[in-house]
Design a protein around this ligand. Structure first.
Ligand code: HEM
Length: 506
């Protein structure tokens, strides 16, 4: 009995000491001039209790109170949130190398091949090599031009699908979120492996079904933050449930991707190389086997699929939402297309670069609805200062691009959808940062602009678009690290009288 009492007293005492230690700032940080922080930071959890979806709005509200550079504690981790263009610029110019790291999180460990992929790798030789290789072998204009026919074909298939739905003459209701997601996945998978996994012409339905299931699960984890990353004890409390699910998914992804690589390797032995990414990377593997390992190739495929599909599909969905909510903008875009492309032929990718108003619509969509509203988390690899505040090594940096894009000090009528602003303002200006800034900024921006530009231009050229009701389409954001619309977009569409419509819908 006495032993039990001593045991419980000791445990209670230890617990109190633990809480007391956590309640006060760790000594290493006490003397530093850290960015302001909401008080109190609770024992053990820090500020995790403040985090409500959508995260960029929560951070924006906190910035109103604590300023454009403030700090939070996620469990034991220090996080600095930046919400002004000047502070973001300081992070990605003066401190670019210091912040070129990524935090090491559970998802990256298991799904991201132990953080060795382009998106997650720590800053260093390996990341630099990956970035150099992909700049030349994946994202260069030469490689992107090689896949032009895939993008055109998939865009046409989308138009055909819509024209079938709306062929009754009047307006028909269509759900666009799924169509945009299938468009971007098909484009990416055909570039990667020459395969379609959605819609018609799917060669192996069973394989496609497996792929769709895995990707759905992977995209859903993209939106799930794991509190156990910041409070390891939670991983223990939930019996490792989250970790087990992630490990199981990572095994299935790896098996699938290895299957694709092996299939291409076996085919290649007999056939001449075809023009898809896997074949190309396998031919590089022959000359430089030590670098182009299967794991590097699998990591690249995964990055293309996870970073390059949802983001473009979401952007298309927001662009269409903004257009039907601002019919005068839609009319002006139609007039530009009628004027510069006409009705005799379908818009092509080289037209897109000449259509200034269409480009402004895309920039304005990325300003108001950036697909990655707080970019991708960075981590400091050394002590540094931002805005005069100390930022210690190993701090997670979140840049609230969403808030910067709505800063009234930078933008006139910041909440209005006004593509015209880009007729006078620099589109490349550093206050617009949907693709991030600095050395870890998005290498896929060129591809994204082509996919989104062609699809959006084609939808405007070929169809009339209207809202389902009189009310404006609800702009609420759903959950996720990317910023999806809360409700999938449904619109009314009707084919426009295109003179040479048989050229388009054949
Ligand atoms: C509208 C579409 C897209 C948006 C809004 C977008 C946005 C972003 C953002 C904000 C980042 C993080 C920048 C930072 O760390 O500060 C990023 C990184 C990245 N994006 Fe994109 N992206 C898009 C499309 C694509 C596409 C199509 C691909 C490839 C197929 C791609 C591949 C990547 C990769 C590999 C990284 C990580 C780069 C690194 O860590 O070195 N993205 N993107």
């Amino acid at each position: 009995m006495e032993d039990t009492a001593i045991f419980y007293s000791s445990v209670s005492l230890l617990f109190l000491i633990f809480v007391f230690k956590l309640w006060f700032q760790p000594t290493t940080h006490r003397s530093k001039n850290l960015p302001p922080s909401p008080r109190p930071s609770l024992p053990i959890i820090g500020h995790l209790h403040l985090l409500k979806h959508p995260m960029h709005r929560t951070f924006h509200n906190l910035a109103q109170k604590y300023g454009p550079i403030f700090s939070l504690r996620f469990g034991s981790r220090l996080v600095v949130v930046v919400s002004s263009a000047s502070a973001a610029e300081e992070c990605f110019t003066k401190n670019d190398i210091v912040f070129a790291n990524r935090p090491n999180l559970l998802l990256g460990k298991h799904i991201g091949y132990n953080n060795t992929t382009l998106t997650l790798a720590p800053y260093g030789d390996h990341w630099r090599n990956l970035r150099r290789i992909t700049t030349i072998e994946v994202f260069s204009s030469k490689r992107l031009n090689m896949f032009l026919s895939i993008r055109s074909d998939e865009t046409k298939r989308l138009l055909e699908k819509l024209s079938r739905v709306s062929s009754q003459g009047g307006f028909s209701k269509v759900e666009l979120k799924t169509m945009f997601s299938e468009l971007t996945f098909n484009i990416m998978m055909r570039m990667i492996a020459g395969k379609r996994y959605y819609g018609d012409d799917v060669e192996d339905e069973e394989e496609a079904r497996r792929f769709r299931k895995i990707m759905k699960e992977a995209v859903s984890y993209g939106g799930a933050s794991n509190p156990g990353d910041f409070l390891p004890i939670l991983n223990w409390i939930d019996g490792g449930d989250f970790k087990n699910k992630v490990v199981s998914l990572s095994k299935r992804i790896d098996e699938f991707l290895q299957g694709l690589i092996d299939e291409h390797r076996n085919k290649q032995a007999g056939l001449e190389s075809t023009d898809n990414m896997i074949d190309h990377l396998l031919s590089l593997q022959e000359s430089q086997p030590e670098y182009y390992t299967d794991q590097i190739i699998k990591g690249l495929i995964l990055v293309m699929l996870l970073a390059g599909t949802d983001t473009s599909a979401i952007t298309l969905e927001w662009a269409m939402t903004n257009l039907v909510n601002n019919p005068e903008v839609l009319e002006k875009a139609k007039a530009e297309l009628d004027d510069q492309v006409g009705h005799e032929r379908l818009i092509n990718e080289s037209d897109v670069f000449k259509l200034q108003y269409l480009q402004s619509i895309i920039s304005e969509t990325l300003r108001l609805c950036p697909a990655a509203p707080v970019l991708v988390p960075h981590m400091s690899s050394d002590d540094c200062t931002v805005g005069g505040y100390d930022v210690p090594r190993d701090t997670i940096l979140l840049v609230n691009a969403w808030a910067i894009h709505r800063d009234p000090k930078l933008w006139d009528e910041p909440d209005s959808f006004k593509p015209e602003r880009f007729e006078t303002e620099e589109r490349e200006s550093r206050k617009l940062m949907p693709f991030g800034l600095g050395r870890r900024s998005c290498p896929g921006s060129g591809l994204a602009q082509r996919v989104v530009g062609l699809a959006l231009g084609s939808l405007i050229q070929c169809f009339e678009w209207e809202r389902v009701g009189d009310e404006k389409v609800d702009m609420s954001e759903g959950k996720g690290t990317t910023m999806p619309k809360a409700d999938p977009l449904e619109l009314l569409c009707k084919a426009r009288p295109i003179t040479n419509s048989e050229l388009i819908f054949v």
